[in-house]
Design a protein around this ligand. Structure first.
Ligand code: BTN
Length: 275
């Protein structure tokens, strides 16, 4: 059923991609589109129709790529990977709460294994390279008619090859790609397959949290003064300064305020204070 839908846009080398998927022992369906509104939307539709865990949707570009907090995600043709993976993680609350942070570690591991490039994580869902955003991750739940969580779609947008001048003005100083030009041949295919492998496998670490030490090691906020925005849904605009001191066992950010009190944050956005 799924394979009938797939096309191989010019940007991906079909033969190479098949080879990389085989090497990573990926057997779940992967659908490729030249353009979608959002791979997360399509993957959520597929998840609701019962596709197995590990099924994935890939687009060459997105016309309405989205990020957290209702933001749009820059998703032009060429140079980026826009991928959504259907996951059916354990139902325990701890597993669901940890999912976004586990996917971050999985993507970092894939980037490191394929490119040798070390990346950092900005809590909660962003991957950074040299203090600029390289990749955003958006995990969205799929709820069935009984109101229970059926699946989670992990959406991953990563800039593979893009020169600084190719980002829109509002991203020019804050976003980056793995390669400014001339990414090695086949790197997108290899990276895509490795991300599929690592992200699918990371669901095995959700119950014991064994990925958390790596998340902490890669956390670029720890020990730094941060400005917290959107801490409360009813008060999105108040900015509060705090010291980021730890990542707790559920992937929350532990901060210390100027009066010495501590809090674990599980939602919201953290912005690093620029000195
Ligand atoms: C963020 O920066 O807040 C998260 C961005 C997530 C972007 C990816 S691209 C593939 C998938 N489809 C989407 O519409 N969003 C995610």
């Amino acid at each position: 059923m799924l394979t009938d839908n797939r096309i191989y846009p010019g940007q991906y080398n079909a033969a190479l991609l098949e080879e990389c998927l085989t090497q990573e022992e990926i057997s779940s369906p992967l659908l490729l589109y030249s353009e979608l509104a959002s791979t997360n939307t399509t993957a959520k539709e597929l998840a609701a129709r019962g596709v197995p865990s590990g099924s994935a949707v890939l687009a060459e570009s997105q016309s309405a790529g989205r990020g957290r907090l209702g933001r749009s995600f820059f998703s032009p043709k060429g140079g980026g990977i826009y991928l959504s993976i259907v996951l059916r993680p354990p139902r325990e609350e701890a597993a669901i709460l940890r999912l976004t942070t586990a996917v971050c570690v999985a993507v970092c591991a894939a980037v490191s294994r394929i490119t040798g490039i070390h990346t950092d994580i900005k809590w909660v869902n962003d991957i950074y390279l040299h203090e600029k955003k390289l990749c955003g991750i958006l995990c969205e739940g799929v709820v069935n008619s009984n109101g229970t969580l059926d699946a989670v779609v992990a959406g991953i947008g990563i800039n593979v090859e893009r020169h600084a001048s190719e980002f829109p003005a509002e991203l020019a100083h804050t976003a980056c790609a793995l390669y400014e030009s001339d990414a090695p041949t086949g790197i997108r295919e290899a990276l895509l397959a490795a991300i599929l492998r690592e992200v699918t496998d990371c669901t095995n670490t959700l119950l014991d949290g064994s990925y958390l030490p790596e998340y902490r090691r890669r956390s670029m906020l720890l020990g730094r003064e941060v400005v917290l925005m959107n801490r409360r849904p009813d008060d999105p605009n108040t900015a509060v300064t705090a010291l980021a001191i730890d990542i707790d066992d559920l992937g929350g950010l532990v901060v210390q305020y100027s009066d010495g009190t501590r809090e674990s944050l599980h939602t919201g956005e953290v912005t690093v204070r620029v000195k």
